[in-house]
Design a protein around this ligand. Structure first.
Ligand code: SAM
Length: 266
């Protein structure tokens, strides 16, 4: 299949066979797996994954690619193509009980964050995810406290999943080459969350407030939610900045905010 790449669909097609092999080995699809590929494009990864004999549902937005994908892969009995927008796709409609979906994709950069957030909100449907993203986004997902890449995305991603960077991919592996480096990341949803959080919405809100002005101390950035004294009582230094707080610290703060809000409602 060869197709004129279209920028508005974020089309940078993988052409490097070595990189395609490495991604396939990282995913390690096997017979009996149910894989969902977002944006199969010209089918570079599709071909490698289908060789395992797994069931594969592919979701492609660009209608100009549909005929070629059907011609290339309909011969595989486990292949189903959905001509659809992955951001609007109902993943529960293809899931079967007892078999988690293995979602993979060399994602168009503009949909990566909303798509990951949408999937994490339905994480009970998932076994794992492998995504090619901008390297900078992978660094942010995997960063820990004290790193310059650590932020709201790191805390929320690590609350939901185990984040495992898999490999770096240079621009030359794609046609056309993107302007930035890329990397593949594996995300495995936690069976049980690593910290107890009463309200995930409150955790998100607290992270957003704390990292919004990352140079400010949390005494300042969280002042609308907790007083300096209330933060100190949690065993957290109110003069610290968001970038040094762990997921556990954010969970402690979020639970204190939830408790205070419940009290105020009564
Ligand atoms: N998987 C192919 C590869 O590695 O060569 C193509 C990757 S290309 C970066 C992204 C693919 O996602 C394109 O085929 C594009 O048309 C498709 N795409 C873009 N937005 C999409 C969306 N919202 N839903 C599903 N597919 C989308």
């Amino acid at each position: 299949m060869r197709h004129q790449p279209r920028k508005r669909f974020g089309q940078n097609f993988l052409r490097d066979e070595g990189v395609i092999d490495s991604i396939e080995r990282a995913i390690a699809p096997k017979h009996g797996d149910h894989v969902v590929e977002i944006g199969p494009g010209e089918g570079a990864l599709t071909r490698a994954i289908l060789a395992s004999g797994c069931q594969l549902d592919a979701i492609e937005l660009d209608r100009n690619l549909i005929t070629g994908l059907l011609a290339a892969f309909s011969i595989h009995s486990g292949f189903t193509l959905h001509s659809a927008d992955a951001l609007k796709f109902d993943f529960s409609s293809i899931a079967t009980p007892g078999r988690g979906l293995r979602v993979v994709g060399n994602l168009p950069y503009n949909i990566s964050t909303p798509l990951i957030m949408k999937l994490l909100a339905q994480k009970s449907l998932l076994e794992d995810m492998h995504f090619m993203l901008q390297k900078e986004v992978v660094n942010r997902l995997a960063a820990g406290p004290g790193s310059k890449n650590y932020g709201r995305l790191s805390v929320m991603a690590q609350y939901y999943c185990h984040v495992i960077p898999v490999l770096n991919v240079p621009p030359g592996a794609f046609k056309p080459p993107p302007k930035v480096d890329s990397a593949v990341v594996k995300l495995v949803p936690h069976q049980t969350p690593p910290v107890d959080v009463e309200s995930v919405n409150t955790l998100e809100r607290v992270c957003a407030q704390a990292f919004n002005q990352r140079r400010k101390t949390i005494r300042n950035s969280l002042k609308d939610s907790l007083s300096e004294e209330e933060i100190r009582e949690l065993g957290i230094d109110p003069t610290s900045r968001a970038e040094v707080l762990s997921l556990n610290d954010f969970a402690t703060i979020a639970n204190a905010v939830s408790a205070k809000e419940h009290q105020q409602e009564q």
